[in-house]
Every structure is written in structure tokens, then in C-alpha cells.
Ligand binder design. Structure first.
Ligand code: UDX
Ligand code: ADP
Length: 425
């Protein structure tokens, strides 16, 4: 029986391993973590992360061929394939602070693998890491290997939160990067065999190590860039009276551009986009490519601009002050269908409003119910004029206006009230 061990029971490791266990009954999968509370939660009825469909998958496999444990060393030493999906936050101090990935957790995991291994292992990089991390990890492993053969693979994860289970069950592609040596190719094949249980072969792509690592950063940078592009357009739409939804629709009809990921918003959030772009920027700078670095930096700058713009709209439309005014924040996660608040634009919006001394009440139901609230009742209980600022363009603005609200929708023609109260940048 092939044994897989995954180090790190987080948003990536947990769902990915649950789906591997579901689709590969002949493989034993152990997910290990140093956090006792996280592992206890995975073994309980209250999983540590909210993800539609996850609970079903975990319940089907847990205790059969899927195990959650804090006995990291035991499971690592027994495994044939080790996935590493520990956290890689942006460095907050020292060299590369604010940009480079902090590989402390990765390095300590690699040293532990080298310490406890007694048989050959395939070590799979699953966390998003800077290009050439695999090479560094390979060095740590081979220099401490005691004659054991370690093969490093990069197998970046493309799942999005909120749709993780569907993304894992039907991936657009699975990417496996490895060394171009006979042993490297054998390791790639071993991992291909795991995914081939449910992923069509033409969707499993094999590349060299660095292409796989860079593809993950590139994919996230392209996606984030689309959002910044449409958000930049949303500002122009407001200034000219165009409607960003109509513009996105028209632009997305071009089959070369495509319709997905063109929704204007208060800005992108989540644990990946900003971190990965900062990482990309740092790598470009380190490789003497300042023009390329600046190009990608602009994607983040536009995202920050979009969040500021939203706060400014709120403040300026309420007579340039929200001091002492009560504001309900509906939704705090970085997008719908998740409980994850890492890097959510709501943090910056709330900080901006608190900076102007607003009184905030924050509510997040983890799913999207704001379309169907009883806005008439809400309106009746509010001080007038009553405002709705929609950072996701989900409410029916016309209906709300009929009730009496002043409505701001990102990238849409402005209410006369808002036109009279220009936002100061
Ligand atoms: C992303 C990538 O999609 C995924 O492939 C990668 O593995 C991890 O990073 P995730 O961060 O979970 O996934 O969510 P995603 O759906 O990409 O949304 C990111 C942010 O962009 C959210 O804040 C979302 O609201 C925002 N967004 C997305 C928009 O503002 N407009 C859009 O059209 C799409
Ligand atoms: P991601 O979103 O990439 O999955 P998370 O922060 O959700 O990241 O999860 C990473 C997990 O990795 C955390 O639960 C953390 O406790 C765990 N972790 C970090 N370092 C180690 C380590 N050396 N051994 C075991 N688990 C680790």
C-alpha cells in the first residue's frame, strides 16, 4: 500500500488530502500538523475550515484511509510520498521584508524529514514558494540524507477557497515539476499515478521544477491582474457614466479574453494573490529586472487604490465625516462561501472607516444572503438619508432606490447625491 503523509493541515493540505483519500481507496493518507487544536478539530464534527462539500468527503474517509495526527515524525518516516503544505507568509522583517516569502516553516519541515527518514522518499512541494525553493530544499535533504534518496517535486495547488472540493475533483490541470533525470522522471510518474485515479491523463502536465514553481506565481499574478484591470475601469466608469458590468460583459465576449474573473469589486483579498505577487516582484528585483517588477507591483497598487476609493466614497457622501455614525458591515471574509478573513479587503475598509471614527458592527454568515434581506424593514429603522455601499455589486440597486436608499455600486452610474459629493482621493 502506498503511504502519503501531508505536513500542514490547513486550507490547502486538508481538502487536497481528503480528496486524494476519497479517490484512492488503496492509498493511506495521513495529514499531520504541529497544531494540536487544528488536528483535534479535523478529528471532530466541527472541522477547522469551512468549505462546501468538505465535511462529506472527510466523513466518508476519516478512520478508513484518511487520518489526522500530531505524530508528525512517525507518519513522515513511514510515508513513500510526503506533501509539504506548511504556511509561507510574507517576511515581516530582515532581508526582503514585506515582499519575500518566509520559508522558516518550510525549512524546519525539510530538516525534520531528513532527520526521521529511513527509506527513500518523494517530497512534494505543495505550498506556494519562490522559484528555486525546491533546489534549496533538495540541498537540505541531500546534505543530511544518510544515504537516502530524496526526489523533490513541485505540485502547485490551484484550488480556490469556497470551491476547493469541486476544483480538486475536476481540476483544469494538475502540474507536476521534477528533475529531468531518470530518478526525477520516476518520481513524476509515481505522483501522476496518484492523480490518474480520477484526473484525465491529458490534464496532468509534467514540467521541469522551476517551470512548475513559476507557473503557480504566474497564474495568480494573471488572475489578480484581471481584477485590477477591471477595477481600474470601474473608476473610469464612475467618472464617465458607463456601467462596468456592461463593459465587462462586452469585453468578456471576446473569446480571447473570456468572461470569467471580470467582476469589479472593492478589491481582491485572500491569502494568495497579494503574497504571490509580492513574491514575484521580489524575485524580479533579485534577478535585475526592475521594469518587470514594477509592472506587477502596479497590480497591487491598483488594488490598494480601489479599497481607498471605496472608503473615500463612504466618508465623502456622508458630509465628509463618519465620526460617531453607525455602519453595518455585511460580510467580512475575503469572498463568499468561506470563513477565511486573511488579507480580506474588509480589513482595510474597516480600518479606513475606524480612522474616521465610525462605529462599526460586523456580520458574516459565511454564505451569501445579502441579496434577500428585508431592505424595506432595514430602511424603516435607519436614520435618513440612508445609504448602501455595495462593494460587490450584489444588491438590486434600483429596488433599493425605490425604497429610498442612496446606493453606491462600484463602477456604475452615480446617484445624483454621490455626484454632488465628490470623493477626495
Ligand atoms: C486564488 C486562485 O483563484 C487559486 O487558483 C489559487 O490556488 C489561490 O488563489 P482564492 O484566493 O481562494 O484563490 O480565491 P479567488 O476566487 O481567486 O478570489 C480572490 C479574490 O479576488 C477574492 O477577494 C475575490 O472576491 C476577488 N475577485 C475574484 C474579484 O474581486 N473579482 C473577480 O472577478 C474574481
Ligand atoms: P495554507 O492556506 O497554505 O494551507 P495554513 O496556514 O492554512 O496554510 O496551513 C498551514 C499549516 O501548516 C498550519 O496548520 C501549521 O500549523 C502547519 N505547520 C507549519 N509548520 C509545520 C511543521 N513544521 N510541521 C507540521 N505542521 C506545520
Amino acid at each position: 500500500m502506498v503511504k502519503i503523509c501531508c505536513i500542514g493541515a490547513g486550507y490547502v493540505g486538508g481538502p487536497t488530502m481528503a480528496v486524494i483519500a476519497l479517490k484512492c481507496p488503496s492509498i493511506e493518507v495521513a495529514v499531520v500538523d504541529i497544531s494540536i487544536t487544528r488536528i483535534n478539530a479535523w478529528n471532530s464534527d466541527q472541522l477547522p475550515i469551512y468549505e462546501p462539500g468538505l465535511e462529506d468527503v472527510v466523513k466518508q474517509c476519516r478512520g478508513k484511509n484518511l487520518f489526522f495526527s500530531t505524530d508528525v515524525e512517525k507518519h513522515v518516516s513511514e510515508a513513500d510520498i510526503i506533501f509539504v503544505s506548511v504556511n509561507t507568509p510574507t517576511k515581516t522583517r530582515g532581508l526582503g521584508a514585506g515582499k519575500a516569502a518566509d520559508l522558516t516553516y518550510w525549512e524546519s519541515a525539510a530538516r525534520m524529514i531528513a532527520d526521521v527518514s529511513k527509506s527513500n522518499k518523494i517530497v512534494v512541494e505543495k505550498s506556494t514558494v519562490p522559484v528555486k525553493t525546491a533546489e534549496a530544499i533538495e540541498k537540505i535533504l541531500t546534505h543530511n540524507s544518510k544515504g537516502i534518496n530524496f526526489q523533490i517535486l513541485s505540485n502547485p495547488e490551484f484550488l480556490a477557497e469556497g470551491t476547493a472540493i469541486q476544483d480538486l475533483l475536476k481540476p483544469d490541470r494538475v502540474l507536476i515539476g521534477g528533475r529531468e533525470t531518470p530518478d526525477g522522471q520516476k518520481a513524476i510518474q509515481a505522483l501522476k499515478d496518484v492523480y490518474a485515479h480520477w484526473v484525465p491523463e491529458d490534464r496532468i502536465l509534467a514540467t521541469n521544477l522551476w517551470s512548475a514553481e513559476l507557473s503557480k506565481l504566474a497564474a495568480n499574478a494573471f488572475l489578480a491582474q484581471r481584477i485590477s484591470s477591471v477595477n481600474a475601469m470601474s473608476a473610469l466608469c464612475e467618472a464617465t457614466g458607463a456601467d462596468v458590468t456592461q463593459v465587462s460583459h462586452a469585453v468578456g465576449k471576446d473569446s480571447r479574453i473570456g468572461p470569467k474573473f471580470l467582476n469589479a469589486s472593492v478589491g481582491f483579498g485572500g491569502s494568495c494573490f497579494q503574497k504571490d505577487i509580492l513574491n514575484l516582484v521580489y524575485i524580479c528585483e533579485c534577478n535585475g529586472l526592475p521594469e518587470v517588477a514594477n509592472y506587477w507591483k502596479q497590480v497591487i497598487k491598483v488594488n490598494d487604490y480601489q479599497k481607498n476609493r471605496f472608503v473615500n466614497r463612504v466618508v465623502s457622501s456622508m458630509f465628509n465625516t463618519v465620526s460617531g455614525k453607525k455602519i453595518a458591515v455585511l460580510g467580512f471574509a475575503f469572498k463568499k462561501d468561506t470563513g477565511d478573513t486573511r488579507e480580506t479587503p474588509a480589513i482595510d475598509v474597516c480600518k479606513g472607516l475606524l480612522g474616521d471614527k465610525a462605529r462599526l458592527s460586523i456580520y458574516d454568515p459565511q454564505v451569501n444572503e445579502f441579496k434577500t434581506l428585508d431592505y424595506q424593514r432595514i430602511y424603516d429603522n435607519m436614520r435618513k438619508p440612508a445609504f448602501v455601499f455595495d462593494g460587490r455589486n450584489i444588491v438590486n440597486a434600483e429596488k433599493l432606490r425605490e425604497i429610498g436608499f442612496i446606493v453606491y455600486s462600484i463602477g456604475k452610474p452615480l446617484d445624483p447625491w454621490l455626484e454632488d459629493m465628490p470623493a477626495v482621493a
